[in-house]
Design a protein around this ligand. Structure first.
Ligand code: BTN
Length: 266
C-alpha cells in the first residue's frame, strides 16, 4: 500500500486530500492535528502501520505493518451537524458493514459500532469531535479493519474474539479493494444522516437482536436484558424485567448473555 495505490483505488470518488504514512502513531491523532489547518471535507489519513493505534474506551488498537486498514476521515460540520453527531457511530458501522457485504460477506454490527464476521470482530470505529469553544470544528471518523491474518490481535489481548476479512473470504484481499468499498458506502450513508432509513438499517444489521445480552455501563452494575433494537437517536433499547431501558453509546460494553464472555467486565 502506498499513496499511488490508494489514489488509484479511490479514483472518481468525491473525497478531499489524502495523507499516507508508512508508519504513524495514530491516524486519528494525525487527522485531529490536520483539522486545525482546515483541510477539505472528506480528507483521509491512512497508515500502513500504527504504533499508538487507539480503540474505544482508551484501549489500544493493533495495526501491524502490511496487514490492516487504518483510515481516518475528516468530516466538516457542513457534513455532520450537532443534531446528527450522535449517529456517527451508525454511519461508520454501516459503511464498513456495507462495504464488506459488497465483497460477498455477511457482516453484523455489534452495537454501537463493531463489525463482526462469523461472530468475530473484524473492525472497530473511533469517532472523535474537535471543538472551537461551543462550535463543532469537525469530526474525525477513525476506521480500523483487520484485513489479513497477520492483523488479528492475540486472543489474550482482546475483550471480544477477533477475526479478519481474509479468513471470512477464504482468500487474501488487497486493502485498497476494501478501502474503496468502505469509502463508497461511507459517502452513501453520510447522505442518509438524519433520516430514519439510517437507524432502520443500523438496527436491521444488529448482532444479538432478540437475544439476551449483558450491558456493562462505566459505573454501576451490569444489566442483562433482551436486545430489542434502537431508538430513533441510535441508542440501544434493552427489555429488562418487562421494562425498556435505553443506553447511549458512551462507554458501554455489550456481550451475549449465553457466552462465557458475558462475565468479563470490559
Ligand atoms: C474500537 O475500539 O473498536 C475502535 C478501533 C478504531 C481503530 C481505528 S484505526 C484508524 C483510527 N486510528 C486510531 O488510532 N484508531 C482508529
Amino acid at each position: 500500500m502506498n499513496v499511488l495505490t490508494i489514489k488509484q483505488a479511490l479514483t472518481g470518488l468525491p473525497i478531499g486530500d489524502i495523507r499516507f504514512f508508512d508508519t504513524v502513531g495514530s491516524t486519528n491523532d494525525e487527522a485531529m492535528r490536520w483539522m486545525q489547518t482546515n483541510p477539505p471535507n472528506l480528507s483521509l489519513v491512512l497508515a500502513d502501520e500504527q504504533t499508538q493505534g487507539r480503540g474505544r474506551t482508551g484501549r489500544r488498537w493493533l495495526t501491524p505493518r502490511g496487514a490492516a486498514l487504518a483510515v481516518s476521515v475528516i468530516l466538516h460540520p457542513a457534513q455532520i451537524s450537532l443534531d446528527t453527531l450522535p449517529l456517527i457511530n451508525g454511519v461508520g458501522a454501516l459503511a464498513v458493514s456495507e462495504g464488506l457485504r459488497h465483497l460477498g460477506l455477511a457482516p453484523m454490527i455489534k452495537w454501537p459500532n463493531d463489525v463482526l464476521l462469523n461472530g468475530l470482530k473484524v473492525a472497530g470505529i473511533l469517532p472523535e469531535s474537535q471543538w472551537m469553544g461551543e462550535q463543532l470544528r469537525g469530526v474525525v471518523l477513525g476506521i480500523g479493519i483487520n484485513i489479513l491474518r497477520a492483523s488479528v490481535p492475540p486472543a489474550e489481548t482482546v475483550h471480544f474474539p477477533a477475526g479478519c476479512v481474509e479468513d471470512a473470504l477464504g482468500r487474501p484481499i488487497a486493502r485498497e479493494t476494501v478501502l474503496r468499498e468502505v469509502i463508497v458506502a461511507l459517502l452513501e450513508w453520510l447522505g442518509h444522516l438524519g433520516t430514519p432509513w439510517l437507524v432502520h438499517s443500523w438496527e436491521n444489521q444488529l448482532a444479538f437482536r432478540g437475544e439476551m445480552v449483558r450491558v456493562v455501563p462505566p459505573v454501576g452494575d451490569a444489566v442483562e436484558g433482551l436486545l430489542s433494537g434502537l431508538t430513533i437517536e441510535g441508542n440501544l433499547r434493552l427489555r429488562v424485567d418487562g421494562e425498556v431501558q435505553v443506553f447511549t453509546a458512551g462507554e458501554i460494553h455489550l456481550r451475549p448473555s449465553h457466552s462465557p464472555l458475558s462475565n468479563q467486565l470490559s
